[in-house]
Design a protein around this ligand. Structure first.
Ligand code: BDR
Length: 325
């Protein structure tokens, strides 16, 4: 049965987050949404991931976003420069040569931390109370999977994982069958999906419904703050590729589905089911194979979000970004 998760106790508490990210304009919108809601989220650190673009750029882009949002206090860590077992596939064709083309962002004064992102994940999970840290996945899951491999004792210490990853009903965006974040590092997604943790996935099935029409983008600029203007400029740049590809009235806005789901699960629908990653298929590597119709009887390992209310989504993220400088 499809289910709508109700607003619960989680929403009354501030969630402590580790953010895995490869900005990327849509991750930028997700990070700004999170930073705009300090009542709901405490960000323990950003782990820059190799994905949309190489690690040197995603690291620099994380710093630029924190500078933009006036949050130099949040630490940024460089993660692994490559997926666990594969060459890096990037999405420069969507996000531009810096990964964050569009706005003219301030040069960051903030510096990255010396500690490796994987060590940061391990140390944070070991030092914080068990079940208190949520992993917010906006990128390939490389660094989390490496942390789980190196330090299996941290796995049960995670509260839950909420990640933008996968596709089933919408099929692929980087190959005909695979979604980008899963395709870049399917071995990492596989490790995480087998962790036994509480996992919520926001796949293309839902992100393709969240279309950045001109009116929705103009609403970011109309906020009158620099973060709103930058969001409009970033998404205007990155949506060009998808507008041409899909011929829709707006491009899918993927990343902010993760914070939006944590803030307002009641605006989304989905169900728990068995989700597996294809690691070896000739045509299907990186595909998320979802037993949405409960055909196999396999154990459920994730809540798969299939749909959401786009108007409520854009209201939520626009209001959050409106709280920033
Ligand atoms: C994901 O792929 C990336 O290119 C986007 O930034 C998003 O994280 C969507 O498949």
């Amino acid at each position: 049965m499809a289910a709508r998760r109700r607003a619960g106790d989680d929403q009354l508490m501030t969630r402590q987050l580790i953010i895995l990210t490869d900005p990327g304009q849509d991750q930028a919108a997700a990070i700004l949404t999170i930073l705009g809601r300090p009542d709901a989220f405490e960000v323990l650190g950003l782990v820059a991931t190799a994905g949309n673009i190489g690690l040197d750029h995603t690291l620099g882009n994380c710093l630029k976003l924190l500078e933009l949002a006036g949050r130099p206090d949040i630490p940024v860590f460089a993660g692994a420069p490559l997926p666990m077992r594969r060459d890096l596939v990037m999405a420069e064709h969507v996000h531009g040569p810096t990964g964050l083309d569009g706005p003219d962002l301030p040069t960051p004064a903030i510096r990255p931390q010396a500690q490796h992102g994987v060590d940061f994940i391990i140390e944070t999970l070991r030092s914080r109370p068990e079940g208190s840290v949520t992993i917010c996945g906006l990128s390939p899951l490389t660094n989390l999977a490496l942390a789980f491999r190196i330090a299996p004792d941290i796995v049960p210490r995670v509260k839950e994982i909420v990640a933008m990853l996968g596709a089933y009903f919408e099929l692929g965006n980087i190959t005909p069958t695979a979604e980008f974040n899963c395709y870049v590092d399917p071995e990492a997604a596989d490790v995480v999906l087998r962790s036994g943790l509480k996992i919520t996935l926001l796949p293309l099935d839902v992100t393709h419904q969240m279309r950045s029409t001109r009116g929705r983008l103009d609403a970011f600029s109309a906020l009158g703050n620099r973060s709103g203007r930058a969001t409009d400029e970033m998404l205007t740049f990155s949506e060009a590729f998808d507008l041409k590809k899909y011929g829709w009235d707006g491009a899918p806005l993927h990343g902010p589905c993760v914070p939006a789901y944590m803030l307002a699960p009641e605006i989304f629908d989905g169900r728990t089911c068995a989700v597996e990653v294809e690691l070896t298929g000739k045509l299907t590597q990186g595909m998320t194979v979802v037993d949405y119709w409960q055909i196999t009887g396999k154990a459920h390992n994730a809540f798969w979000v299939r749909s959401g209310d786009a108007n409520a989504y854009y209201r939520l993220i626009t209001e959050a970004i409106g709280n920033l400088p």
